[in-house]
Design a binder for this molecule. Structure first.
Ligand SMILES: [Zn+2]
Length: 109
């Protein structure tokens, strides 16, 4: 039996939580349903639309599987150091989602 992976979009019939950023996907909101089989385990994850470009960028740097945790680590390494708000860390980082940050603004060199 081989692994497979399938992505489709769906309109939420009830509330879900994004598997990457923990944002609430509200009833009626269009989102991704990613399902398949990986190493013998079936999975079906709900993911919000804004997480998709993050994941695409992540996959340029990283081959293979991902988890909420390694996407976050990648984001911190790849993005936070270049972010204009990074020096404000003492006052609390502005990370707005578990795996990415909507306040990210790249520093102009
Ligand atoms: Zn999300």
């Amino acid at each position: 039996m081989s692994d497979f992976f399938c992505t489709k979009t769906a309109k939420a019939r009830k509330e879900h939580k994004c598997c990457l950023c923990d944002k609430i996907i509200h009833k009626g909101e269009v989102h991704f349903v990613k399902s398949g089989k990986f190493e013998g385990y079936m999975f079906s994850d709900r993911q919000c639309l804004p997480c998709e470009p993050v994941l695409e960028e992540f996959h340029k740097d990283w081959d293979g599987g991902y988890s909420q945790h390694n996407v976050k680590e990648w984001w911190v390494d790849a993005k936070c150091a270049k972010c204009v708000y990074y020096d404000d860390y003492d006052e609390g980082c502005l990370m707005t989602h578990y795996c990415r940050c909507e306040n990210f603004k790249e520093m102009v060199q």
